[in-house]
Design a protein around this ligand. Structure first.
Ligand SMILES: [Zn+2]
Length: 207
């Protein structure tokens, strides 16, 4: 008998992971392929249980979530408890939550931005090559003439209107590599009313 309440689900995901659900119980997500391989499944579950145990203890020792501390992260402008985000099993073993969190946030921004970029590029009838998310000192984003787009990871903390503006800006650079009127017309086409958002973003320090 395990000392924590849990559920095991089989999914199409490639990796196994453990997460704490909102009701405080653990969810073990196991790739389908383990289902009919009892021995491998038991080995995997043992490892997951070990991680789950630690997560569960940390979770129950945790002060109430209404306190603002390191366990909160700003995701798209909203506070979320970082350990309710699900982490990949392999990463969990490192027990280095900062890098886990960073990786997780990268994935969140990547997913959000990809959908936006695809919508915007379709609107303009252009294609892009690749999106990368990086930690950058001051740049919000960059766009190269070969179609690569880079976004600053720090954007993930901001409300989505800012992220949308930065993406509209970088996508417009796929057509114009300057900041003249033609360029801003394109930005306005992708993101009508961008101007106050742009001004507010200019005043922000990204961290
Ligand atoms: Zn620019």
């Amino acid at each position: 008998m395990k000392s924590f309440p849990y559920t095991v689900v089989y999914t199409r995901n490639r990796n196994a992971y453990v997460k704490i659900q909102e009701d405080g119980t653990l969810l073990f997500s196991v790739p389908q392929r383990y289902r009919y391989h009892q021995k491998e499944l038991n080995v995997l579950l043992d490892q997951l249980f070990e991680i789950g145990e630690k997560l569960y203890q940390r979770h129950s020792l945790r002060p109430k979530l209404d306190k603002r501390d390191e366990q909160w992260v700003l995701l798209f402008g909203e506070k979320v408890a970082w350990d309710t985000l699900s982490f990949e099993y392999a990463l969990l073993q490192q027990e280095n939550w900062r890098s886990l969190l960073e990786k997780r946030l990268k994935a969140e921004l990547y997913e959000y931005a990809t959908i936006r970029i695809e919508t915007f590029t379709q609107q303009l009838g252009v294609t892009y090559e690749k999106l990368s998310i990086r930690k950058a000192k001051s740049r919000r984003g960059s766009c190269w003439s070969d179609g690569r787009i880079m976004l600053n990871l720090a954007l993930v903390h901001l409300p989505t209107k800012y992220i949308q503006y930065v993406i509209a800006h970088e996508v417009a650079h796929l057509i114009h590599q300057h900041h003249q009127k033609d360029f801003w017309d394109l930005v306005a086409q992708l993101y009508p009313g961008y101007s106050p958002v742009r001004k507010a973003l200019k005043k922000m320090r990204l961290e």
